[in-house]
Design a protein around this ligand. Sequence first.
Ligand SMILES: [Zn+2]
Length: 366
Amino acid sequence: MTMLLEGKETPFDTELFNGVMEKLKELQQEDYIESRRIIAEHLRSSMMIIADGGRPSNLDRGYVLRRLIRRMIRHMNKLQIDLKELKTLIDINVKDLGEMYPELIKNRETIEQVIIEEKDKFVKTLEKGEREFKKVIERLEKEISTKNEIDKDRKEIAKIIPGEVVFKLYDTYGFPPEVTAELAKESGYEIDVKAFDELFKKHQEKSRAGSEQKFKGGLAETTKETVAYHTATHLLNAAIKQVIGKDAHQRGSNITVDRMRFDFNCDHKLTPEEKQQIEDLVNKWIKEGLPVTKEEMKKEDAIKSGAECMFIEKYPDIVTVYTIGNVSKELCGGPHVKNTNELGTFKIKKEESSSSGVRRIKAVLQ
Ligand SMILES: [Zn+2]
């Protein structure tokens, strides 16, 4: 719309982008208009996403932001612009766009901090990744020329970079696939997008389940103590449901060798009676010596069996379900004790507000 109103030929000639585009021209040592446009567009988008609360990560919108910032950095390198100038470019955008988007002014410090942090992370691996990429091209070129020597009449060989290479560059050096695709194009190659997507999907399923498991159990390290606390967490979860109600869902947990922390939905401070009832229930189950059993099953069967879980879509198709006697059934990565009689005595040390509508219990096993 601005382009039409201003009578310009591309969005990048409008006053929305002009400030940054001109500055890039001034700063650049190499002249690529496409790179200037990518930088201007990705910087603006990144700033908006960060102002809106997005943060770089390997999942969902965080991954979109990460790719925008990293591709932008790659193109700044291509133009041989000092990455310190990012701050200057951010300032120009805040000045040019801040009137329309006051959230850019309000969040200016955060925006700069997030972009610089992500830049620092990527810069560490960018050079190594580019060297690795060059090696791959040399290897492929050699392979192609050998094949051509053997069979001089053969048709031209497709110049394709295998999905595993694209994935390795992503996984080891943090190269988003579009960055690898651009590098490839500069050498006359294409990337195998389909093969990469498949590997990437598998990897994401794994890391989702992994982060979910950490979120649920909080088991950063596995010791005799943390395993016992993990099982106690499942018992506490079940006890809270019996005493407070079915809607008192787990919201998070954290375990160390000497205590457990458990967050759950609840609209009120627990009464002394409620705390006592919860504590008594857990201790009753411990005394009963309930067996803890583990089963692998299809996700849909787990749901049908009534197993507890949060964010079902984040689990892989085959899941592990831990059952404790007939009091608890949860999707969980484990590990757990074999029998609840290994746990000792459960004691609630503290009950407090964690955030709005969420209560937090700190407890120990003695
Ligand atoms: Zn668990």
